[in-house]
Design a protein around this ligand. Structure first.
Ligand code: ADP
Ligand code: MG
Length: 619
């Protein structure tokens, strides 16, 4: 039989490589920005049309390329950045694979204009799907302009796979911000569909952070500086009280390269332990400088993950540096009356006066009443929870592992009537008969039903209840709001304000009352009932980030998204302990919903287990 193995033609190999390097427009943006930085540019301009689907252009004032280099730059494994494998261990540039331009040119229409300072004239090259269409001499300023049009024009599947403009733009902005944060000493500009999105002059690091995330960021930042033999840290963490619901203000840079590291993120979280609320994420903008020899950035094709030689040491240094900064900041707190003092506890013991001892009084204690169980039931609620807990938990543990029955035949769910009784917490035996709900691990609510028992996820169930309520308000367009004593003023970046403006009317239908709505600021005088004032900014932040991640195309889905997002923010969290009344109320409200079986995001809200199921386990 004849030989059948052949070498792939270059354009096919390039297209395959492109699959790895170019996932979406944002990947092109990243590669081009990095090339400009590697070329020593001091000013870099990014121009985008239709979230990069129509055009991505990067113009820099770097060193440019000769005509031959310009041509070679599109060859695979063509790079000026490394010569030998050894160079891989002392990398000072962003790129080194020599794959980016070849890959991009394989799947788009590319126009390169470039000139070196010493040359009179520059070069223009046009390539479509790896095929050179034109190369000539041209007049162009020193530096490089790379224009990428019709991305994925020859891979319709990939093109169709792209997300909405909102989502793709969000990815581009993320890449742009990461690169701009890593290089405050360079000027960056970004334009989208003809209007300026960012104008970031050369500045110091604090100014760069503020220019990107808005003026309100300035007061949040706590400097972190540390220098040891193995690691230098500089940058900022956000004050604990500004911790956000989303993670989009968390940045690590290692040797000026943005990286993701769950491990180092954990180090920061542990430094903030006890200072931020559950579910909130502290902001950080931290630059780590290490010996290039001690890291391997080669383990991930898109290079956002790296491997450190000695992670444990880095973890410890990072954690203590952040703790130290937070401690310093707490020694001289700013005058801020809104501050939640609970957040400070670990660091200001010295200045704290001794707490006044509290005396626990059983208000219901009546020396003339004989029935002991009554006084006990009205007293500490925790005491009754503890006793049955062991029983219930052990019951649940046994069931959990064996795949619980998840199909929810709602018709089967019938509640037992709720017996009103006075000896509810009296004896273990009676509990299973009398108490209709029980909270497990502050996460699940267990309720008895005719056929056996039902286990509700408290967070998801409450989301469903809130969601349907909010949707009703939004569609009926009448809602109740509570007046704030003083107007609440919140600042947002321009892109955040764009989103809020679009949702203003819907927000009003949920109960928000706005006094003013200007370019960077909103003033709120009324909020929906049940929304605590302290949660307002978190809810709006969450909403903005949800909109950025999703696609509110029609009006209907914008309303839906708003209801979902607010339900998520406002719902009882896992970990929250609920009174018996609250538990029962939640169960009843859930089953008053139109679709009680799933959360607004289609996750199961409860499961049932029949006595038969139990019987089988006890064989
Ligand atoms: P890599 O960056 O990994 O070397 P690329 O495919 O991104 O690979 O680029 C190939 C080469 O093209 C680079 O090594 C560099 O010499 C040259 N090059 C790319 N972009 C620029 C630019 N903006 N200015 C000057 N030279 C560039
Ligand atoms: Mg490159």
């Amino acid at each position: 039989m004849a030989d059948i193995i052949q070498l792939l033609p270059d354009h096919v190999a390039n297209q395959i490589a492109a699959g790895e390097v170019v996932q979406r427009p944002a990947s092109v943006v990243k590669e081009l920005l990095e090339n400009s930085i590697d070329a020593g540019a001091t000013s870099i301009k990014l121009v985008i049309k239709d979230s990069g689907k129509t055009l991505i252009q990067v113009i820099d004032n770097g060193k440019g390329m000769s005509a031959t280099d310009a041509r070679l730059s599109f060859e695979r494994h063509a790079t000026s950045k490394i010569r030998s494998a050894e160079d891989l261990f002392s990398l000072n540039t962003k790129g080194f694979r020599g794959e980016a331009l070849a890959s991009i040119a394989a799947i788009a229409h590319v126009e390169l204009k470039t000139k070196q300072d010493q040359d009179e004239l520059g070069t223009i090259i046009e390539i479509e799907g790896s095929e050179i269409k034109n190369q000539e001499v041209t007049v162009t300023p020193t530096g490089t302009s790379l224009c990428v049009k019709h991305l994925f024009f020859n891979i319709p599947a990939r093109r169709n796979f792209l997300k909405s403009n909102n989502v793709e733009l969000r990815h581009i902005v993320d890449e742009f911000q990461r690169v701009a944060l890593a290089h405050p000493d360079l000027e960056f500009l970004m334009y989208h569909n003809g209007s300026e999105s960012f104008n970031l002059p050369k500045s110091n690091y604090r100014q760069r952070v503020v220019n990107i995330f808005g003026n309100k960021t300035n007061e949040k930042l706590v400097p972190v500086e540390e220098e040891t033999e193995v690691l230098k840290i500089s940058g900022f963490v956000g004050k604990p009280e500004f911790a956000k619901r989303t993670r989009n203000e968390q940045f690590f840079f290692v040797n000026n390269r943005f990286i993701k590291s769950a491990y180092l993120n954990h180090a920061i979280n542990s430094a903030f332990d006890g200072l931020v609320k559950d579910g909130s994420h502290p902001s950080y903008f931290l630059n780590l400088t290490v010996d290039p020899k001690s890291i391997d950035i080669n383990i991930h094709p898109t290079k956002t993950e790296i491997k450190f030689d000695d992670e444990h040491t880095l973890y410890a240094i990072l954690r203590s540096a952040v703790k130290h900064s937070l401690g310093q900041f707490n020694i001289a707190p700013v005058l801020d009356f809104d501050r939640d003092n609970n957040l400070d506890t670990p660091y200001n013991f010295e200045t704290k006066s001794a707490p006044t001892p509290t005396v626990e009084v059983d208000r219901s204690f009546n020396p003339f009443r004989e029935d002991k169980s009554l006084s006990r039931s009205n007293g500490s609620t925790s005491s009754y929870k503890k006793e049955p807990a062991a029983q219930w938990e052990s019951l649940y543990v046994g069931l959990e592992s064996k795949g619980t029955k998840t199909e929810n035949d709602f018709s089967e769910v019938r509640f037992e009537s709720e017996p009103e009784n006075t000896s509810l917490f009296n004896g273990d035996k009676q509990i299973e008969n009398k108490q209709t709900t029980y909270q497990l691990h502050n996460k699940y609510i267990i309720s008895t039903i005719k056929s056996g028992m039902m286990i509700l996820d408290q967070h998801r169930s409450h989301q469903r209840v809130l969601y349907e309520g909010l949707l009703k308000h939004l569609t009926v367009k009448e809602s109740v709001s509570q007046q704030l004593l003083f107007p609440l003023s919140l600042e947002f970046s321009t892109s955040e304000m764009d989103i809020l403006t679009k949702l203003k009317v819907d927000l009003e239908h949920t109960g928000f009352v706005f006094l003013s709505f200007s370019e960077e600021k909103i003033e709120i005088t009324g909020v929906p009932v049940n929304v605590p004032e302290s949660e307002v900014s978190i809810i709006l932040e969450q909403l903005i980030s949800d909109v950025e991640q999703e696609v509110p195309d029609s009006h209907f889905s914008a309303t839906d998204l708003l209801a979902k997002s607010m339900a998520k923010s406002l719902a009882i969290k896992t970990g929250q302990s609920l009174s018996r009344f609250e538990q029962e109320h939640l169960v009843n409200s859930l089953f008053a919903c139109k679709e009680p079986t799933v959360s607004p995001t289609n996750k199961v809200t409860f499961i049932t287990m029949s006595v038969d199921d139990f019987d089988k386990k006890f064989i």
